[in-house]
Design a protein around this ligand. Structure first.
Ligand SMILES: [Zn+2]
Ligand SMILES: [Zn+2]
Length: 121
């Protein structure tokens, strides 16, 4: 741990970046995969202040892909709900509703009634 430079940046009192960096051969430890990689494997978050992302490019790419996938999945689920008219009730049940009767039926279901009576207790 001799040549390690440990720096804490606070930007706008809000974001904190810690850079764990080897002064001699400019390597940095990725906080995600914990591999020590060449500084060129990291992207600059803030060029002016020389602040690097804490995750290496590989990990960042992976995270972005996951976020993208998750976003798409959430969007798909929403589209399905829109088509099938699924209503998420606060009681925790989801039900399909094409007409008011379905809502009426749900509101009078035992599950929903139990929820309401617990809530009002
Ligand atoms: Zn990494
Ligand atoms: Zn309900």
């Amino acid at each position: 741990m001799m040549n390690l430079l440990y720096t804490l940046f606070v930007v706008n009192n809000k974001y904190k970046y810690t850079i764990l960096q080897n002064r001699d051969n400019q390597t940095m430890e990725c906080t995600k995969c914990h591999e020590r990689k060449d500084i060129s494997e990291f992207s600059l978050k803030n060029k002016k202040e020389g602040i690097y992302y804490l995750h290496c490019d590989d990990c960042r790419k992976y995270t972005l892909q996951m976020q993208y996938k998750y976003k798409n999945k959430a969007k798909d689920e929403y589209e399905i709900k829109k088509i099938t008219n699924v209503i998420d009730c606060e009681c925790g049940k989801s039900f399909v509703s094409f007409r008011d009767y379905h809502i009426y039926r749900h509101v009078n279901s035992q599950h929903h009634k139990n929820y309401i009576s617990c809530k009002n207790r």
